[in-house]
Design a protein around this ligand. Structure first.
Ligand code: NAD
Ligand code: UD1
Length: 332
């Protein structure tokens, strides 16, 4: 049985991936410092799968503790989700982001090399396309130019570090998965997105409005060159995204490979509001406000490479994501 260490495995995408891994028969251990997730996620994972994975409450920046986990672990592969992801905070505290995300990944790579663990799947982001982001980004779209915030730059830097590590270590196998906009929750309603603090992203804000914690959604601009004037994004259900990791794990091969994980379909902010209202049967209060600096009108994935090479195809819809999110909110 393949043994996989999942860093950031109690987080939003990590927890859904852990569920899929366990259900597919992998032996899974989680490492997380619980900076942006809760220990109770382990109970939820065990309710869904019947298995409570071994958990290491360890910070990637704590090299001695991390080394200890690896020396005992006997891992075949690592899926690396652990990182900080709040764009606005990264602008205010750039060093925190470079240290946590970049130095944390370097520590992880050192432990992997020291212990002959040479298979890694990494959570990257469409943000690496920066100013070249377009209606349809393919893996050939240039990266690294015009990334407007330190969070996005850490993803780009880590991608470059991983390519260099592969060049220097011919057995090292890395897959960089560039996610578009993950949304939704597990259909059981037992796990979902639960960020600490004030969220920046659309779905967590919609959830807070729906729970009455925020009076209304601010829609950032309705004068974009799109069919209804609001921005269009490629929202992918987190369970589809999680399944993409299993496909990537199976197809790992020496060198650095890159795949976009998205649906290829765009949805506007107002369509997201409508979908939430349709699923909940309640109108979601919103107000059109100024554009948010740095937002581009349309960003969607060309997901054809993942489809052709990994057999990846997103199957769940925005409506599925809304219903699953509501189930998660209800169980909250
Ligand atoms: P999340 O915050 O829910 O999960 C990340 C987990 O990593 C958290 O549980 C946190 O406690 C843990 N963590 C952070 N720093 C750590 C450290 N130094 N040591 C140990 N654990 C640490 O975020 P998510 O949405 O599940 O995202 C997972 C990954 O995917 C992140 O790397 C994120 O940047 C990337 N990503 C997310 C999105 C998105 O919209 N959610 C989009 C693109 C890429
Ligand atoms: C944002 C980040 C991106 C990061 C990604 C995942 C910016 C400019 N981009 O992408 O770097 O990789 O999150 O963490 O911050 N919206 C509203 N009102 C809100 C919130 C969002 O109208 O309160 C709109 C936005 O204008 C956007 C869409 O909803 O058009 C999605 O926003 P969001 O969830 O923040 O994702 P991105 O902007 O795609």
């Amino acid at each position: 049985m393949e043994k996989v260490l999942v860093t950031g495995g109690t987080g939003f995408i990590g927890s859904h991936t852990v569920v899929e891994l366990i259900q597919a028969g992998y032996d899974v251990e989680i490492l997380d410092n619980l900076d942006n997730s809760k220990i109770s996620v382990l109970d939820q994972i065990s309710k869904i799968t019947g298995v409570r994975p071994v958990f290491h409450q360890v910070d990637l920046l704590d090299f001695p503790k991390l080394s200890k986990v690896f020396s005992k672990g006997g891992y075949d592969s690592v899926i690396h989700f652990a990182g900080l992801k709040a764009v606005a905070e990264s602008v205010e505290k750039p060093l925190k982001y470079y240290e946590n995300n970049v130095s944390g990944t370097i520590n992880l790579l050192k432990c992997m090399l020291n212990n002959e663990v040479s298979r890694l799947v990494f959570s990257s982001s469409a943000t690496v396309y920066g100013a070249n982001s377009s209606d349809s980004c393919s893996e050939k779209t240039p990266t690294g130019v015009g990334i407007t915030n330190p969070y996005g730059k850490t993803k780009y830097m880590i991608e470059e570090i991983l390519k260099d590590v592969c060049a220097a270590n011919p057995d090292f196998s890395v897959t960089l998965l560039r996610y578009f906009n993950p949304i939704g929750a597990h259909p059981s309603g037992l796990i979902g997105e639960d960020p600490n603090g004030i969220p920046n992203n659309l779905m967590p804000i919609i959830m807070k409005v729906s729970r009455g914690e925020i009076p209304e959604l601010s829609v950032y601009g309705n004068d974009y060159p799109t069919f209804d004037g609001t921005c269009i994004r490629d929202y992918i259900h987190v369970v589809d995204l999680a399944k993409g990791h299993l496909l990537a794990l199976k197809k790992l091969r020496p060198g650095a490979s890159v795949y976009n994980l998205g649906t290829g379909q765009g949805t506007s902010v107002l369509e997201m509001v409508e979908a939430f209202s349709r699923a909940s049967g309640r109108r979601l209060p919103f107000r059109i406000v100024e554009r948010r600096p740095g937002d581009l009108p349309v960003i969607c994935a060309d997901a054809s490479k993942a489809n052709a090479e990994l057999g990846f195809k997103a199957e769940l819809t925005i409506d599925d994501a809304m219903h699953d999110t509501l189930r998660y909110i209800a169980a909250y």
